[in-house]
Design a protein around this ligand. Structure first.
Ligand code: 4AD
Ligand code: MG
Length: 494
């Protein structure tokens, strides 16, 4: 369908050709001797019109079908009299045919209706890939994954597979899931752990990838990570994918430059390669994004689409496409944590804004503060760097002032924190002091400390939450709708 409808001339050069199209019916409109089908095959958000006449084999069978049935169509590409598309498929003779491969009982089919709330789609995660929204999200997600590899491969980074099962808590935040062997009823419960010690699902591939960086140079890992944060927010998942590059002989500035170039590359690629999906998001998702409405207000519908998106508390001033173009074309603002605190305090004093949480040097920046910085102060992405050491993880390099660390977060409008990264502490004594000060078990990190013992190098890296990047590229508001099968507290099937 994409090959036909998204050809440079809208498919006109194919007129007169016989084609085979396989896909799922979106709509069936039948009359006595003519039936109009709209077919989608997942290659694009667009639907291809198929006009079947009574003399084409399969006419009666397809006429009796409804939304969701799978078909195979053999017909001819003809010019379309319908608006919005240059061509359609005609099945008008005995040489053409329509075959119903999988019928649908319309009364039972959960997606038979035209409009569904996004929450309802979440309950039928196994069928929602057939919706326009999840289809478009899936194609953009695929484009972002390919862009990720392309970006790092073009720059000579080596792709390293880091383990899922680990023993060390990278972030030191105690948000890990335990891994243990499932034992049968009959087996003694007290038996030793499978690994002979406690093991967890990884919260980050960073520490492992640092080992490869400090031996092979620039590397990256891209895999699933797990966090047992019991927060049911629109930006957190228990299982999410993370891209973690690590650069040898690099400092914080190199780190910020890399993160910015990577994000802008991904966004440009989506604009270029997923045009019809971006248009769809701009039209169907961008619309309610620009409305102001209290949370949990009844679902808002918007014309022409099949999905309905709940009201979101944060009004967006930019359409999805416009926002992406802005990100792709303009360099990101950068400010130190200290400057960020000063700017926020100035706006509080001037009465421009009231926050729930206090803004004071040494305190974490809360979501509301980050949002104010991106939406009002910088009107776009901003990189905040040099955070107080108390706010950040043990491995971040201590700055000369002894108070801050060479950390950076990339904050984006509507998303908040997209990237967290830092220059790593390469000095053994300083690293040990940090590990001790935070009360972490030093012996667990012996292999990590060895990197500082043998040929230590300045190095830096970051982690980008892949689902948050998909949210940015699509304008989708809830992280549960940008991953095929979201995992969060109260997990459902499948
Ligand atoms: O800031 P975080 O915790 O940083 C790290 O894990 C570092 N070890 C990364 C590194 O330097 N190699 O997480 C990185 C990013 C966040 O900025 C956010 O985008 C995403 O991962 N993230 C989550 N995404 C979805 N659900 C969650 N529960 C997430 N927690 C973090
Ligand atoms: Mg972080």
């Amino acid at each position: 369908v994409k090959q036909i409808l998204e050809a440079a001339d809208g498919g006109k050069s194919l007129i007169g050709q016989k084609v085979t199209v396989c896909g799922w019916l979106r709509t069936v409109r039948g009359q006595k001797s003519i039936v109009f089908l709209k077919v989608n095959d997942g290659s694009t958000v667009q639907e291809l019109q198929v006009v079947v006449l009574a003399n084409a084999p399969g006419f009666e069978e397809v006429k009796a079908q409804g939304t969701g049935a799978s078909v195979r169509v053999e017909g001819e590409v003809v010019e379309s009299p319908a608006k919005g598309q240059a061509v359609e498929i005609s099945c008008s003779s005995a040489e053409h045919r329509v075959e119903v491969l999988g019928a649908v009982d319309s009364k039972a089919y959960p997606l038979a209706k035209k409009k569904h709330s996004i929450e309802y789609l979440r309950e039928i995660a196994h069928l929602r890939p057939r919706s326009n929204l999840i289809g478009a999200v899936s194609r953009v997600r695929n484009c972002l994954a390919m862009s990720t590899h392309q970006f790092f491969q073009d720059r000579g980074f080596l792709y390293v597979h880091t383990p899922i099962i680990t023993t060390a808590d990278c972030e030191g935040a105690g948000e890990m899931f335990r891994v243990s062997q499932e034992k049968a009823e009959s087996e003694p419960k007290e038996e030793e752990e499978f690994f002979g010690r406690k093991a967890y699902l990884t919260v980050s591939g960073q520490l492992a990838v640092e080992n490869y960086c400090c031996g092979l140079g620039d590397v990256y890992t891209f895999g699933p990570t797990f966090r047992a944060e019991n927060s049911s927010t629109t930006r957190h998942l228990a299982e999410f994918w993370m891209i973690e590059p690590e650069m040898a002989f690099a400092n914080l500035e190199d780190d910020m430059d890399c993160a910015e170039a990577y994000i802008r590359y991904c966004v440009s690629n989506v604009l270029e390669k997923c045009k019809s999906d971006v248009d769809f998001f701009t039209l169907r998702v961008g619309e309610p994004l620009r409305r102001t409405s209290p949370p949990n207000e009844s679902c808002q519908s918007y014309s022409g689409g099949e999905e309905v998106i709940s009201g979101d508390p944060s009004p967006k001033d930019k359409e999805v496409k416009e926002r992406l173009e802005l990100i792709a074309s303009k360099s990101f603002a950068r400010m130190s944590y200290t400057e960020a605190v000063e700017v926020l305090q100035k706006h509080i004093e001037q009465g421009d804004v009231k926050f729930e949480f206090e803004v004071a040097w040494g305190k974490e920046l809360q979501t509301e503060h980050e949002r104010f910085l991106t939406d009002h102060v910088c009107k776009g992405p901003v990189i905040v760097y040099n955070y107080p050491k108390e706010c950040k993880a043990f491995y971040m390099r201590l700055n000369e002032d002894g108070k801050t660390v060479a950390a950076m977060d990339v904050l984006c409008p509507g998303i908040g924190e997209l990237v967290g990264g830092s220059q790593r502490e390469e000095r053994m004594e300083v690293l040990d002091e940090r590990i001790e000060a935070l009360g972490l078990p030093k012996e667990d990190y012996w292999w990590y400390r060895d990197l500082r013992r043998y040929g230590s190098v300045p190095h830096a890296g970051f982690g980008l939450g892949f689902e948050r990047l998909v949210m940015l590229a699509t304008g989708v508001q809830n992280i549960r709708d940008v991953i095929p099968f979201p995992r969060y507290p109260g997990l459902g099937d499948p």
